[in-house]
Design a protein around this ligand. Structure first.
Ligand SMILES: [Zn+2]
Length: 281
């Protein structure tokens, strides 16, 4: 190798080293000294961008309180929102009731996470749509099927429709100003006024229940059936009352108190330590 060849080779090597080290190193002149990185890898050569340039938070982070731009410590200083966990309802999924899922209800002490707006209980139409929870929808569907069976057997017509109240209502028991909240306040109750048969007959609790002549005194038992009106309509209503007492945890009819003279109240409230005590009046 000549002196010229040796010089050419040195120049080539220096140029190659400068190219490999990048423009910044090339500007500084002498060969760069590689700096070892603690976790060197294909991505680590690029420095992490400042926080302000990072992409938006991933969905999992957003759920933890950063989606609104608040830092986690700011979010945790705010009173936490109650968790709303909506659930599907098998009575609706499997067609035992007709209706639709509506928005969660939050109204003071009242509410329900997964309310349904019901338009029919199986083949039995609701004259007015009612808002209930899923458990009530299921129990009402069972009740309506049995009420239809009883109507066909004893009255010779099918049960076409039920006239009922709105179901959900944010109020206390018996609309009192104080006291316990009604199960209506949790979409866990329905008031039924009358039953409409396929042949046009209307059987109303107010008109057709075998009412007592006078409400029993405190501690006194209601009058025996023999002392009451005995009509097919009255027998149908007392039959429905008995069926309801197997479907709901609370059934209040005209015998319960004057507030229920004109309707049946059904709910699935919890009575007793294990929620198995039943109220059937
Ligand atoms: Zn009621």
């Amino acid at each position: 190798m000549t002196v010229g060849d040796a010089m050419k080779r040195i120049v080539l090597l220096v140029a190659l080293a400068a190219c490999l080290a990048g423009p910044a190193a090339a500007q500084k002149g002498p060969l760069p000294v590689p700096t070892p990185r603690p976790d060197d890898g294909p991505q680590s050569a690029a420095p992490a961008p400042p926080a302000s340039e990072r992409p938006a938070a991933a969905p999992s982070t957003a759920e933890e309180g950063e989606a609104d731009g608040k830092k986690p410590e700011e979010a945790s200083a705010q009173p936490s929102e109650p968790v709303v966990r909506r659930m599907s309802c098998s009575a609706l999924l499997e067609g035992r009731v007709s209706g639709k899922v509506v928005e969660p209800i939050r109204e003071g002490q009242c509410g329900e996470d997964s309310p349904l707006r019901l338009s029919a209980l199986g083949p039995v139409r609701l004259l007015h749509e009612a808002v209930t929870n899923c458990a009530m929808a299921e129990a009402l569907a069972q009740f309506a099927l049995k009420a239809d069976e009883l109507a066909r057997k004893d009255l010779g017509a099918s049960l076409a429709a039920i006239d009922a109240g709105p179901g959900y209502q944010c109020r206390r028991r018996n609309r009192a100003a104080t006291g316990k909240m009604s199960e209506h306040a949790f979409a866990d109750a329905l008031d039924v006024v009358s039953f409409h048969l396929s042949d046009g007959r209307r059987i109303a609790v107010d008109a057709d229940w075998p009412h007592l002549k006078a409400a029993p005194a405190e501690g006194e038992k209601p009058a025996p059936p023999a002392e009451r009106a005995d009509t097919p309509q009255a027998r149908y209503l007392t039959g429905l009352h008995a069926i309801a007492c197997k479907q709901f945890t609370t059934v209040l009819g005209p015998d319960a108190n004057p507030a229920h003279r004109s309707h049946f109240h059904f709910d699935l409230g919890c009575h007793g330590r294990n929620c198995t005590y039943l109220i059937c009046e």
